[in-house]
Design a protein around this ligand. Structure first.
Ligand code: C2O
Ligand code: CU
Ligand code: CU
Length: 507
């Protein structure tokens, strides 16, 4: 009797087990499906454009007797009313959120007094600026709470839209998210001579785009489920203004786009699919004005575009779904399916006429790879660069002052990354073995790398040499940077060897 019922009991047990597994799988599958469905966000069509776009003020400056232009930046905590009646805790430079626009001319000597009035140590990095390593504001130039830092350098690069933001190792995402970022505009003879819209805040608008999420009155910085890229918000703001509009009175409007988001890439265009002119990339003016209807910017990248408006009309700067071959899962959870109405431009009934844009803009300032003395390979993934996470006391490589190099960077990961190099602007020689798209042919300091893509970059290291003070290269998805997708290089004199980075024990 027993010998007969045993297999039957076993079969019943197995059936029950299978049913339980099936129910569990359905539950998990249903949960995942729900998370998947809820992961896509869109503000397209539902944005009211109820707030006038704030324009960051131009930072006041003083000229020292020797001509040095002096700025002051105070890092402080504050409260900002993003939404009526709700005060949100923030950080900012010289104010509650973001910072003033610094502006200087090529050839000028610049000095900034940075005062850290935050409750913790931070830094200020000049993203895109060619600066001596000790002035770079990376993780080796920490400014303690209550302390002051006074970097100085001579601006020696073409006109460009650069920016500044903190760079404390392991905490950059949070410091930027709280509001510490601002623009740094450089002018030169070329930019001043060309007939381009250049009336700051009138026909030349800074457009600092960030995604944001609120929990109650406060900024929500939590990383949602499956968000390998880091924090992603559910709405965008420009210059700290939610649902912004801007009245314009000129036929041509220049937008200095800065993706100051910590993880989100945008695919900009206009809601009516009108074309616009691309005139500058990260490091300044491109060779020839380029007509586009879409332009993708990953975190840290900039572009200057010029759009034509007709009298009395409204047009919306929109971010569209991203077409970067991210794959079904990543496309959704890296934000590739999200769409945003970013900024509405409202043209006046009569517009000041603007001259036609010039067809040619600037001669290339980045090397073309032909005089590279060194080729290096970088495999990047979430575990680090070339298999190693960032270490403050390890110099990963030394470059020789005055030489050009070719860096081949490959994203060997299933998720999107990008690659930013301090101190230099580079030229994208190839992408995935072919010619890069036209919008990547200008001077760049940050380049987007979808999964399994490779770029070849050429740059020149003009110095000065400082064997002990490293510059950074890293993924500019700031959480990835914080996790250690970052490496350090020093510039040495010909024949020189790398030294030892400063020790930060006690910080
Ligand atoms: Cu925008 Cu290393 O930074
Ligand atoms: Cu940088
Ligand atoms: Cu990354």
């Amino acid at each position: 009797m027993n010998s007969v019922s045993r297999p039957r009991r076993l079969r019943r047990f197995l059936l029950i087990l299978m049913a339980a597994v099936a129910v569990l799988a359905l539950a998990i599958g249903g949960g995942v499906t729900l998370v998947y469905v809820n992961a896509a966000v869109s503000t397209v069509g539902s944005t009211e454009f109820s707030n006038e776009l704030a324009i960051p003020p131009l930072a006041p400056s003083r000229l020292r007797p020797d001509g040095t232009r002096e700025f002051e930046l105070d890092m402080r905590s504050g409260k900002k009313e993003f939404r009526a009646g709700q005060l949100t805790e923030t950080w900012g430079f010289n104010g509650d959120y973001l910072g003033p626009t610094l502006r200087a001319r090529r050839g000028e000597r610049v000095a900034v007094t940075v005062r850290n009035q935050l409750p913790e140590a931070s830094t200020v990095h000049w993203h895109g600026m060619h600066v001596p390593a000790a002035m770079d504001g990376g993780p080796h130039q920490m400014v303690r709470a209550g302390a002051t830092w006074t970097p100085e350098w001579t601006v020696d690069q073409p006109a460009a839209t650069l920016w500044y933001h903190p760079h404390p190792h392991g905490a950059t995402e949070q410091h930027v998210r709280r509001g510490l970022a601002g623009m740094f505009v450089l002018d030169d003879e070329v930019s001043e001579t060309l007939p381009l819209p250049s009336n700051y805040g009138v026909d030349d608008l800074p457009v600092i785009v960030q995604d944001v999420k609120f929990r109650g009155a406060e900024l929500d910085s939590a990383h949602a489920m499956f968000r390998d890229v880091g924090f992603l918000g559910d709405q965008t703001m420009v210059n700290g203004t939610l649902t912004p509009y801007r009245a314009v009175g000129d036929e041509l409007v220049r937008l200095r786009l800065l993706n100051a988001s910590t993880a989100r890439s945008y695919n900009f265009g206009f809601a009516d699919d009108r074309t616009f002119a691309l005139i500058a990339t990260d490091g300044g003016l491109i060779e020839r004005t380029l007509t586009l209807d879409r332009l993708a910017l990953s975190p840290g990248e900039r572009a200057e575009i010029v759009v034509r408006v007709r009298p009395g009309e409204r047009t919306v700067l929109r971010s569209n779904t991203l077409d970067a071959g991210l794959g079904f899962w990543t496309q959704r959870f890296a934000g590739g399916d999200d769409t945003f109405d970013v900024l509405e431009l409202r043209a006046a009934a009569t517009l000041r006429p603007a001259p036609e844009l010039p067809a040619t803009l600037a001669v290339p300032s980045t090397p073309d790879g032909s005089d590279s003395v060194q080729q290096r390979r970088f495999e990047i993934n979430l575990a680090g660069i070339n298999g190693k996470p960032m270490s403050m006391d390890r110099i990963d490589l030394a470059v020789t002052r005055g030489t050009a190099e070719t860096w081949i960077v490959r994203n060997a990961d299933g998720m999107p990354h990008n690659f930013h190099i301090h101190d230099v602007q580079f030229r994208v020689l190839t992408r995935n073995g072919g010619r890069p798209p036209a919008e990547l042919t200008g001077p760049k300091d940050t380049v987007f790398l979808p999964p399994n893509s490779t770029v070849e970059l050429a740059m020149r290291f003009d110095g000065p040499a400082d064997p002990n003070t490293p510059y950074m290269y890293h993924c500019h998805l700031l959480w990835h940077e914080d996790l250690g997708m970052m490496g350090q290089f020093v510039v040495v004199e010909p024949g020189g060897a790398p030294g030892t980075p400063p020790s930060h024990h006690g910080h």
